[in-house]
Design a protein around this ligand. Structure first.
Ligand code: G5P
Ligand code: MG
Length: 214
């Protein structure tokens, strides 16, 4: 990979953005910028940003645009001359427009997974908070139950994976994030990958990246 690439991965909550991102990172040198992982770290560290964001996240609501745009653009400016993979941002048309003015993307990967599959999946999700590593009791279970494979530290369940918050997040995705998909379609940089499982989607992404990351 000779050029610097700026790409984003879109998809509904629990569609597999984090899982696919970690597979991409094993094959390519990208800096992974996950808005959700970054916010959860701020919450864990009790920063003023984390305290503000927690009010929205635990309810399954979006954190306000002005707050998110400032936060993510400042993260991206730290990554001059590095390729990055943005996960979870943008999530509203306004975020997409502001990102486009500051940092235009090369392309966007859009994951389409049926909602009934998603609802089933989140019940089994566990995460390692410091690294963002994601596990699932039925899909990629940790080697030792409840412990991170790399550090052996405890895994946690996300507050917003409770059924009511998941319902809210899917509803917000329909209303607020679908227009982002349209935005990138208009720019002709949207690439959609459909499937019920990550293993079904992954080979299509491998092929796409091999053809486009040169
Ligand atoms: P997040 O953290 O960005 P979401 O809701 O977009 O949250 P999430 O939940 O992190 O997305 P994901 O990354 O798409 O999901 O999916 P994942 O974690 O890889 O996979 C989900 C589960 O399924 C895992 O347990 C995984 O192991 C399992 N899995 C994967 N593939 C398969 C499979 O094939 N089969 C099975 N059985 N399992 C599988 O954002 C959180 C909150 O932060 C705020 C919002 O409040 C948001 O709700 N936020 C923002 N607010 C405003 N603007 C923004 N830009 C914001 N970004 C974050
Ligand atoms: Mg994620």
């Amino acid at each position: 990979m000779l050029k610097v690439f700026k790409i984003a991965i879109l998809g509904a909550p629990a569609s597999g953005k984090g899982t696919i991102s970690s597979r991409i990172l094993k094959n390519y040198e990208f800096k992974h910028v996950s808005s959700g992982d970054l916010l959860r770290l701020h919450i864990k560290n009790n920063t003023s940003l984390g305290i503000e964001a927690k009010k929205y996240i635990d309810q399954g609501q979006l954190v306000p645009d002005h707050f998110m745009v400032k936060f993510i653009l400042s993260e991206l400016t730290k990554l001059n001359n590095q390729s990055w993979l943005l996960d979870g941002f943008p999530r509203t048309r306004s975020q997409a427009e502001q990102l486009w003015s500051a940092q235009p993307l090369n392309f966007v990967i859009n994951l389409e997974v049926p909602f009934e599959v998603i609802i089933d999946r989140v019940k089994g999700r566990f995460i390692h908070l410091p690294s963002g590593r994601v596990y699932n009791t039925d899909f990629n279970a940790p080697k030792v139950q409840g412990k991170d494979d790399v550090t052996g530290e405890d895994l946690i369940q996300r507050e917003d994976d409770k059924p009511e918050a998941v319902k809210k997040r899917l509803q917000i995705y329909e209303e607020m994030t679908k227009p982002v998909v349209e935005f990138y379609k208009e720019k002709s940089i949207l690439h959609t990958f459909q499937g019920k499982t990550t293993n079904e989607i992954w080979p299509k992404i491998v092929k796409f990246l091999a053809e486009n990351l040169k």
